[in-house]
Design a protein around this ligand. Sequence first.
Ligand SMILES: CC(C)(COP(=O)(O)OP(=O)(O)OC[C@H]1O[C@@H](n2cnc3c(N)ncnc32)[C@H](O)[C@@H]1OP(=O)(O)O)[C@@H](O)C(=O)NCCC(=O)NCCS
Length: 220
Amino acid sequence: MAILLFYAQLNRGIATAIVAMPLPFMKQIMIKLKRWFYNLKRNRIFKPEFTLQNGQKLYFRLMLPEDQPLLYELRAHLSDQSLSRRFHVDAYRITPERVQKIIAELVQVDNVAQTALMALYRDDVGEHIVGVARLALVTDEASGQTAEVAVIVRDDYQQQGLGREMLSRALRLARLMGFKKWVAYIQTDNLGALRLFRSLKLPTQAHTSHGSTELQIAIE
Ligand SMILES: CC(C)(COP(=O)(O)OP(=O)(O)OC[C@H]1O[C@@H](n2cnc3c(N)ncnc32)[C@H](O)[C@@H]1OP(=O)(O)O)[C@@H](O)C(=O)NCCC(=O)NCCS
């Protein structure tokens, strides 16, 4: 009985303290709580390392403007097929000038309208990118909450679960950024990528035209 009475008093005390709390102080607490919750979600996207099936550990971070040299190195490890699957152009059309232009554009990420999550490893030389998942706001979309998603994994790192891991982290990132829908353009004969997107088991509509399949994916 005494314990119950003490508990009731304690609860009343806390309730009184909250009601009596000045508004600006309450706002500060709310902001801190929001920030804590945001960081918790953010850490779940970046923090856990990923171990490939061969035991190699990879870490994740967002792309920065100074990552151009790392992208050149990534490009050197990509087959013509992977490049054309990602950028929807025949590899022979991707001249060195075009590569330079594409890379200069790719590093322009503001992390609001577009962002790029990268999987990397580090050795004595420095960092090396092995995968990139990019989200870009679709500007002609009335709702403004659709992101185009594209993913690429270095050829010597494919088929070890990294593509799936990148997409699942990109999905959490997209939700954190407030996107409600994804759109992905995949060459119709790119069965691996189509299978990968479908394996997310999200509500998806597919439209195929001129050898390209557009996937509209609800990600809420
Ligand atoms: C598509 C791509 C990102 C997949 O990356 P990955 O690391 O090889 O994929 P994962 O090892 O995580 O495989 C996940 C699932 O994808 C599917 N998949 C991936 N590659 C496949 C292939 N070559 N054939 C069939 N299914 C494949 C499978 O469903 C697989 O699941 P499972 O292992 O249970 O069978 C990679 O092949 C790539 O970079 N391709 C070039 C760029 C591209 O096509 N991007 C997509 C358009 S933006």
